[in-house]
Design a protein around this ligand. Structure first.
Ligand code: HEM
Length: 175
């Protein structure tokens, strides 16, 4: 009985945190930002809260990230924190038929204009009810004390000021 309760508490704790651990080492296989993720394109891949998340730390000192979710709404990636506040947020969707992308500074549970923009390349695509954002940024803008803290989220709406549903946080150790 005690064990069942402990297992239930552990399961609840895991479900609540939605965080995972991952490791990135420099890779010379660089992803291509075209809105389509192919098998083996990224060195790291996982599924969190219904989102497929991808990352590669390039030998070109660039961090490549992607997120994919079953939605025709926006998908987003945040770096520099495990919560929205203080993170650099990237959001993208196909809005009125056009690829739309913003890079913002997370403030509380919304965002403001970032002081400077770090995005190198981005691409967003919606196909078969799945939206994918691929992004590259200088690794120096995301790696801090040997790790990258990141967040991911997606929304039902493609409007980039509408709130998300599921979200997740994750730490990548950089080796
Ligand atoms: C229009 C933009 C956004 C709005 C209005 C918004 C709103 C919110 C709100 C109200 C919460 C509190 C928890 C809840 O009510 O479910 C929250 C939490 C969260 N959001 Fe967002 N969000 C936005 C964009 C983003 C983006 C782009 C990301 C990451 C890519 C993100 C990641 C998170 C995470 C990780 C949490 C939990 C930690 C925290 O409280 O910051 N959000 N968001």
């Amino acid at each position: 009985m005690k064990r069942t309760i402990l297992a239930a508490i552990a399961a609840l704790a895991l479900a609540g945190s939605a965080s995972a651990q991952a490791t990135l080492t420099k890779s010379a296989t660089l992803p291509l930002a075209d809105g389509t993720v192919s098998a083996g394109e990224y060195q790291y891949q996982d599924t969190v809260r219904g989102m497929k998340v991808y990352a590669t730390l390039g030998t070109d000192d660039t961090l490549y990230m992607a997120v994919q979710a079953s939605t025709a709404g926006w998908v987003g990636i945040g770096v520099g924190g495990l919560v929205m506040n203080g993170s650099r947020l990237f959001m993208a969707s196909i809005l009125d038929g056009k690829p739309s992308f913003i890079e913002k500074a997370g403030v509380g549970h919304f965002y403001a204009d970032a002081k400077s923009l770090v995005t190198k390349k981005w691409a967003v695509k919606t196909a078969d009810g799945t939206t994918t954002l691929e992004l590259s940024i200088p690794s120096s803008s995301a790696v801090w004390k040997g790790q990258v803290n990141a967040t991911f989220a997606y929304a039902k709406s493609a409007n980039l000021s509408s709130k998300h549903g599921p979200y997740a946080s994750m730490t990548f150790a950089v080796k």
